[in-house]
Design a protein around this ligand. Structure first.
Ligand code: CP
Length: 322
């Protein structure tokens, strides 16, 4: 049996969103993730923290970064990791999300990481199982580990989050990344602008506590961070932009538009990015200011921290379940 680990001030059973997390809890996660960044840079990356635990990745939408980094995070902490192949599962025979989750739950996993196209589906699932559930992205609602890895990237580069001016640009309407980042940055004391055509700004934007801009020249002025988002064509019903060419002309990040931001402004993108649509290729690859690859690296560390903290509330590995 693995020795018990202290539950040091993170009382949540699941991680379903950033909304509702306190500044202290976010800081705790980021501080722990920081230690895992160093661990991941070592030759021997493997730990035994989650030995005896089982993690199942259940992704109903495609993913490169989130699924792979949760798999790596689990394995580096010593857990057994299963990737459910939804395309060849019984979901294809009509089994519901809840029945699938309860079937997996009967196999006693410790953690389910779930991505689903419907907002709220992961929260619903979490009520039906008795393991930890982590939201890997639900519809246009939340993608909490993305916001945490973005925050870790920013904090390591800028030394803080509070007081920074962050512009989130592009398809805000359909973006769970934007929502999670807005909650996190507001909680941590940053100032957030959203920059997009009116058709891609959600009706509740003002309520989210952001400043709304419809042009890059004003929206990016004096920003510390420029976070670009892709057009989520798979969630669009109807036409939201006249054409991709026109969209890039007005909203695609290039050096001309970036010139109004602070000279040391960081360029971020959660990926996958569409070069020549929301971001110019040269800007995306700028070795001094683009931190897009660093965001991916921070993703593994943040997911290790989430797995570590959330499993501390579980019974010890090997103990009989109630
Ligand atoms: N940023 C992000 O969620 O990427 P994936 O869709 O590749 O997981």
């Amino acid at each position: 049996m693995t020795p018990p680990r202290d539950n040091i001030g993170f009382p949540h059973r699941h991680l379903l969103g950033i909304e509702g997390l306190s500044q202290t809890e976010i800081t705790l996660l980021l501080d722990l993730a920081d230690t895992y960044v160093e661990q991941n840079r070592r030759t021997d990356k493997k730990l035994t923290t989650l030995r005896g635990r089982t993690l199942i990745n259940l992704f109903f939408e495609s993913s490169t970064r989130t699924r792979t980094s949760f798999e790596l995070a689990g394995k580096r902490l010593g857990a057994d990791v299963i990737n459910m192949a939804v395309a060849v599962s019984s979901i294809k025979k009509g089994e519901t999300l809840i029945d699938t989750a309860m079937t997996l739950n009967a196999m006693h996993p410790d953690v389910l990481v779930v991505r689903h196209p419907e907002s709220g589906a992961v929260s619903l699932l979490s009520e039906k199982v008795n393991c930890v559930v982590i939201n890997g992205g639900d519809g246009s609602h939340e993608h909490p580990t993305q916001a945490l890895l973005d925050a870790l990237t920013i904090r390591r580069r800028k030394g803080r989050l509070g007081g920074l001016l962050v512009a989130i640009c592009g398809d805000i309407l359909h973006s769970r990344v934007a929502r999670s980042n807005i909650h996190l940055l507001n909680t941590m004391g940053a100032r957030v602008r959203v920059v997009a055509p009116p058709t891609l700004i959600p009706a509740e934007a003002q309520r989210l506590g952001v400043e709304v801009y419809h042009d890059m020249a004003n929206g990016l002025r004096d920003c510390d961070i420029v976070m670009m988002l892709r057009l989520q064509l798979e969630r669009m019903r109807g036409s939201f932009v006249p054409s991709v060419r026109e969209y890039f002309h007005f909203y695609g990040l290039d050096y001309a538009k970036l010139a109004v931001a602070k000279p040391d402004a960081l360029i971020m993108h959660p990926g996958p990015m569409n070069r020549g649509v929301e971001i110019d290729s040269e800007v995306a690859d700028d070795i001094d200011r683009s931190v897009i690859r660093e965001q991916v690296e921070m993703g593994v560390a943040v997911r290790m921290a989430c797995l570590d903290l959330l499993t501390r509330v579980l019974p010890e590995a090997g103990a009989p379940r109630p």
